[in-house]
Design a binder for this molecule. Structure first.
Ligand code: NAD
Ligand code: MG
Length: 397
């Protein structure tokens, strides 16, 4: 039997939900994958455990104090070099050794190392949607310039990718595609009234009915901002526009998205709501490997339901579409305001229903300029955060 090509991987955000799911798939295939670097923000204990199991060449903590503690915890492992800081994140993303980089840091902090991997021409498994939302065209131009291969890990985008002609994913106009049907679970508050939404608590927002995810994306799913970010993500990944994309709320989360063709065919990708499926798809592409995901039991699921999203109760989806239409730095401002509002909600300083209020006010108060460089994007991100924090103080609970 011919042994498979061995891939060498850097995982940005190894201790998070996507990072741990990635390592779970890798654990099942020691013949296929080796780990070059693992990175995290500050969770020393989790990182030390992972380093003992996966023996990376580098372990990077964004936080310097955490890196010192990790060095102590790994004093018995001389093969692992511990590094700290943002430059080290960029370094292990762009090193010559790894051919694949899993971009799974949450939020804007993920943009610089993800971009470093893109510029180094890696296969980039893109979970960190905020990076693409912030910098859209600049990011995709960098992909084209370096010849990097970006494979979508977000379950919906991975589904769309699987339903497209493999060599035509940036060519939606000519591939006979008429619509993308982007599915959404609707989140934990799908049936809440506007009044009930005013009183939801962080723990309720983080308890997603179908998916187990990090806190930030869980809140984004509850406000439908996640679908808004994904709408923008899909436009950039598949070279299309929001009018070609229709969000379908599908509470069972079994169909992960669909692509409609001119002849009336609609191709769908189905699976249990388990991120190991899209992760394994990206890790092994174009091959298929076991992801540890139980077989789908359609008899048990019984039926699929679909609804239109309610933009009155969940205005974040509308705000995201408007920011994309506005263009320039508007999506970066949207993302920054959302990150600040979600952090304030999670720490009990802002009501759930005020998240879209903060985003709308921040967008209105921040001038849109052409997104002509990454420096412009980072400057707008910082400016929007200052505006959003002031607005949050004004509405604090
Ligand atoms: P998470 O909060 O569980 O994990 C985030 C990871 O990033 C952790 O390893 C953390 O240490 C690291 N990190 C956080 N801040 C950092 C910083 N400032 N510098 C360096 N590292 C930092 O998040 P998650 O749920 O795994 O999501 C990660 C990304 O994947 C997000 O962009 C999210 O939108 C996307 N995504 C997640 C899922 C999911 O099921 N969890 C699905 C689709 C897309
Ligand atoms: Mg998704």
């Amino acid at each position: 039997m011919v042994s498979p090509v061995k891939r060498c991987i850097t995982i940005l955000g190894a201790t998070g939900s996507i990072g741990l799911n990635t390592l779970d798939v890798i654990r099942r295939h020691p013949d296929r994958f080796s780990v070059h670097a693992l990175t995290a923000s500050s969770s020393v204990e989790s990182m030390a455990e992972l380093c003992h199991e996966f023996r990376p060449r580098y372990a990077v903590m964004a936080d310097e104090t955490a890196a010192k503690a990790l060095s102590v915890a790994l004093s018995d492992l001389t093969s692992v070099t511990v590094l700290s800081g943002n430059d080290a994140l960029d370094q292990v993303a762009a090193d010559a050794a790894p051919d694949t980089v899993m971009a799974a840091i949450v939020g804007a902090a993920g943009l610089p190392p993800t971009l470093a991997a893109v510029r180094a021409g890696k296969r980039v498994l893109l979970a960190n949607k905020e990076a693409l939302v912030m910098s859209g065209k600049l990011f995709m131009d960098a992909v084209v310039a370096s010849g990097a291969e970006v494979l979508p890990i977000d379950s919906e985008h991975n589904a769309i990718f699987q339903c497209m002609p493999p060599d035509r994913i940036r060519d939606t106009g000519r591939a006979g595609i008429t619509r993308i049907l982007l599915t959404a679970s609707g989140g934990p508050f799908r049936t809440h009234t506007a009044e009930a939404l005013r009183h939801v608590l962080p723990a309720e927002a983080c308890a997603h009915p179908n998916w187990s995810m990090g806190q930030k994306i869980s809140v984004d799913s509850a406000t439908l901002m996640n679908k808004g970010l994904e709408l923008i993500e899909a436009c950039w990944l598949f070279n299309t526009t929001p009018d070609m994309i229709e969000v379908h709320v599908h509470p069972e989360s079994i169909i992960h998205s669909m692509v409609e063709y001119a002849d009336g065919s609609v191709l769908a990708q189905l699976g249990s709501p388990d991120m190991r499926t899209p992760i394994a798809n990206g890790l092994a592409w174009p091959e298929r490997i076991d992801a540890g995901v139980p077989a789908l039991d359609l008899f048990r699921i019984g039926q699929f339901n679909f609804e239109r999203p309610d933009l009155e109760r969940f205005p974040c989806l509308r705000l995201a579409a408007e920011a994309f239409d506005k263009g320039g730095t508007a999506p970066a401002v949207l993302n920054a305001a959302n990150e600040e509002a979600v952090a304030a909600f999670l720490s009990g300083k802002l009501g759930f229903a005020d998240i879209p209020v903060i985003i709308e006010r921040t967008l209105a108060a921040t001038e849109v300029v052409p997104a002509d460089s990454f420096d412009t994007i980072f400057a707008k991100d910082a400016e929007a955060r200052t505006v959003a924090r002031e607005q949050i103080l004004g509405l604090a609970v």
